[in-house]
Write a protein that binds this ligand. Structure first.
Ligand SMILES: [Zn+2]
Length: 587
């Protein structure tokens, strides 16, 4: 027994006791005759990609009481068998740590198709066909709303015009919601009292006649007279969320970081946990509980009353970062760039102001106040920012706060970011700020941005390799918000499609953009495993397959490290295990 080097650790984490043991080395039973613990499950005859510090590869893994008991050679691990052990012969298949998704919105996504499914639209023609069918299906005057429509993702890369929409839907108001901007038809304007007399910064006006073009920014969304949708009941909400999480399990996801939400949202996950229906671990960011434009003292007062901080919870549901929103989005020309959007944006977004750089919701001083308050009260801080100009404002605010009270151990992050220069990467590395990236955006939108912004600026778009070389931790996620399917949802949350794009720099339209920024398959895997465990301060308990860590793992249909490059995006999860329990199986 003395040869077993067992260390029992107890970690007190915000009042929650997490008990785990670690067993040094892989060769658990060298020199021993009988193990003192037998496995609940053994997966053997496989290729176990551990994602440990050495990226070591093993043959088998044993699981006991929701933890990894041992990882090693077949003959070592099969010694842990007993009559009640479930044996899974991998027959050469590959196992990776459970996928940790860095940025999703499962609650709105789960409800997005509960009344009717949202169509996949890839061209203007398909859009008009769908609207025409809705006109027939609905009553005259009833709204036709697409809840997440990015015109720039269609073959034509353009919005339909107001006149085109009017011709297919003359008597129904139409709203194509693109998150940060959208398109409406004349009927929508009429019923919402949007007209030439209404002066509103979010309404674009036709130069020649002074009438609204139909293209509106998010700030004008509240003007739309759209009737409230039927809210699902509490029981329905829980059922829908549970089903959404099961769909995540089907692609190998075992942990998620929820991009943003409220306390009530966290409570939904807690309720699923209580009933034994939670099949995913959750790190949940929260919106600021105060007005971002208010004084520092008001922010402090608000946070002092807030009974939550980052890390509160347990290994199933945990409070994440405080999150704010700095600018708009790249798909609607509202991201705040370093330079004006320019000529290329005229056609696609209808931007005519030569100096227009995008929308900046918060200035540096406001950000300094918010970050100072968050830092003082023990919060991890993060912000949505999609343009390089916004990244620079955020980083200079972080630098100011860092001078007063260091943030380099706080694991602050930039959500999206998208455009990084050597200077910004340098600052991030120095302050320990990691990059929360969405490769699905590269996959879907790099062609459009190449066209709009030109070759020079596209070189700074999603520079994974440069970020890593600069010493910045890069995290993978999708920003999934709407629809259920892993490939056709917005944004697609299939982690293997994302990993394929970071390894190949290929886009959905078949081009290869800035191939120098491609990273290795190992680095891609880390983006979706250990790096996201680090983001939630949990790299000691998950993110790799090592003894003592949580038994969250995935069996893959193909070997992600050696399969043909083109096959990566089609890899399937054959079995997903969370906490030692099989939550999805196609074996
Ligand atoms: Zn998001």
């Amino acid at each position: 027994m003395k040869k077993f080097q067992l260390y029992f650790l107890r970690i007190v984490n915000n009042g929650f006791l997490i008990q785990f043991f670690s067993i040094t080395g892989f060769l658990l039973f060298s020199g021993c005759n009988a193990p003192d613990k037998y496995a609940d499950i053994i997966l053997f005859n496989g290729k176990i990609i551990t994602v440990d510090n050495n990226f070591s590869i093993q043959e088998a893994v044993a699981v006991k009481d929701g933890r990894i008991l041992a990882v090693g050679k077949n003959e070592e691990i099969t010694k842990l068998l007993t009559s009640s052990t479930r044996e899974i012969n991998l027959e050469g298949k590959t196992v990776i740590p459970g996928i940790n998704e860095g940025h999703v919105h499962p609650i709105p996504a789960s409800r997005s198709e509960y009344e009717y499914s949202i169509p996949d639209i890839s061209s203007i023609e398909e859009l008009f066909n769908w609207i025409s069918s809705e006109v027939i299906r609905k009553d005259t005057g009833e709204w036709i709303v697409h809840p997440k429509f990015f015109a720039t993702r269609m073959i034509e890369m353009r919005q339909p015009t107001k006149y085109e929409l009017d011709s297919v839907a003359p008597n129904n108001p139409v709203f194509l919601n693109g998150s940060y901007a959208g398109m409406i038809n004349s009927k929508a304007m009429q019923v919402s009292e949007i007209n030439a007399e209404l002066e509103h910064p979010g309404i674009f006006i036709e130069k020649n006649n002074g009438k609204p073009t139909g293209f509106i920014q998010r700030s004008a969304f509240d003007l739309l007279a759209i009737p409230e949708r039927n809210e699902p009941s509490e029981a329905q909400k829980l059922k829908l969320l549970k089903e959404m999480l099961q769909l995540y399990n089907e692609v190998g996801i075992t942990s998620i970081c929820v991009g943003a939400g409220r306390i009530e949202d966290i409570q939904l996950f807690d309720k699923l946990m209580v009933t034994g229906d939670l099949t995913i671990r959750v790190f949940h960011n929260l919106y600021l509980p105060f007005d971002p434009h208010t004084t520092l003292n008001e922010m402090r007062a608000s946070l002092s009353k807030f009974e939550y901080t980052t890390g509160k919870g347990d290994e199933w549901v945990k409070v994440g970062a405080l999150k704010t929103k700095i600018d708009g989005g790249v798909l609607t020309g509202t991201a705040y760039l370093r330079e004006p959007w320019g000529e290329g944006a005229r056609e696609i977004y209808g931007i005519t102001d030569p100096d227009y750089r995008g929308v900046l919701n918060l200035n540096k001083e406001e950000l300094i106040r918010i970050i100072t308050a968050a830092n003082e009260f023990g919060w991890k801080f993060t912000a949505h920012v999609t343009g390089g100009g916004g990244v620079d404002v955020l980083l200079s605010a972080m630098e100011e706060v860092n001078k007063e009270s260091p943030i380099d151990k706080k694991r602050f992050s930039i959500i999206h970011g998208n455009f990084y220069t050597p200077e910004s990467m340098d600052k991030m590395a120095k302050m320990g700020v990691y990059a929360d990236m969405q490769p699905a955006w590269f996959l879907k939108d790099a062609d459009l941005l190449n066209l709009v912004l030109g070759e020079q600026r596209i070189n700074t778009f999603h520079p994974y390799k440069s970020l890593m070389e600069a010493g910045v931790i890069v995290n993978g996620g999708s920003d999934h918000m709407v629809k259920l399917d892993s490939y056709t949802s917005i944004n697609p949350y299939n982690p293997f499609a994302a990993m394929w794009s970071v390894v190949t720099r290929k886009t959905e339209r078949g081009s290869v953009i800035t191939p120098d920024e491609a990273i290795s398959r190992e680095q891609a895997l880390k983006m979706f495993t250990i790096n996201n465990a680090y983001a939630s301060f949990e790299e000691d308990i998950k993110g790799s397959l090592e003894p003592g860590k949580l038994a969250d793992l995935v069996v893959l249909s193909e070997d992600i490290l050696s399969c043909p490059e083109a096959s990566i995006k089609g890899i399937k999860a054959m079995l997903t295990m969370v906490d030692g329990k099989v939550v999805y199986e196609e074996f």
